[in-house]
Design a protein around this ligand. Sequence first.
Ligand code: GLV
Length: 328
Amino acid sequence: MSKPRILIARAVFPAVIERLSQYFDIESNQADETWSKAQLTEKLRDKAGAFTTGSDRIDADVLAACPQLKICANMAVGYNNFDLDAMTARGVLGTNTPDVLTETTADFGFALLMATARRITESEHYLRAGQWTKWSYDMFAGSDIHGATLGILGMGRIGQGIARRGAHGFGMNVIYHNRSRLDAATEAECKARYVDKDELLKTADHLVLVLPYSAASHHAIGAAELAQMKPTATLVNIARGGIVDDAALAAALRDKRIAAAGLDVFEGEPKVHPDLLTVPNVVLTPHIASASVPTRLAMANLAADNLIEFFTKNKALTPLNPQVLTRA
Ligand code: GLV
């Protein structure tokens, strides 16, 4: 019997391609070319499955042009690159990679918070530029992490990981806001107190965003929300671009309406709002929160396992719209 044809839309670990090649007839993109929507559609036209990343948009147009497509396995926990309703309507399964990246991403959120509050990259740039000629008492004085109030917006698995690090490791007072409140046992384990969004914005010394992107969370942090924050506060976004209004944030940073920000994700990335590049009090990283070698490998293998399970057993390990599996 011939193997199902799949597309691996971006470059990935050769060992994962090797595994997949036992089950599939593969077209891959190891040159990691950037495909337009029309090119991606053309490549998917004769494929039954796709291995995608957050930069590959699967929407109603793509699906309409690719009637053979049955599954898109995303190598990411976020899946706002999928139009999941359109996929479900066409009977196309979507899968993502939760859990395997939780702790690595929480580590990174904490690293970005510390780099931001303690002005680590800003001071390194100063040193590398040869500007360090003498020590002074207030040189790159930032704000404390230990004992401070840590606010978390979006309290899923990664938010909880950040809360545990803050509360147990750094003695922080943790507050959070989420669509739904956590159960009492999880709150106790995270030492986190539920507050409304206004209190979160007004009270946090450090605010970390870990909520999924959707129309409802678009610009959840804009000029009005930034104005509610303390002038000494830091803001960290490891969630998705578009949750923060980047132009409003750049203005708030320039005018010192908040002290600093750490951003791993951007509206319209890989483009970065030009104003963010001109303010010194922001730490900028290129969407790498889950980027440890073991975690990226685990994510790629989970996406591969989803494809294999689907085509061999009509199952998936981490389905987003499992209802399509049970349809006749
Ligand atoms: C990364 O942003 C992910 O969603 O896994």
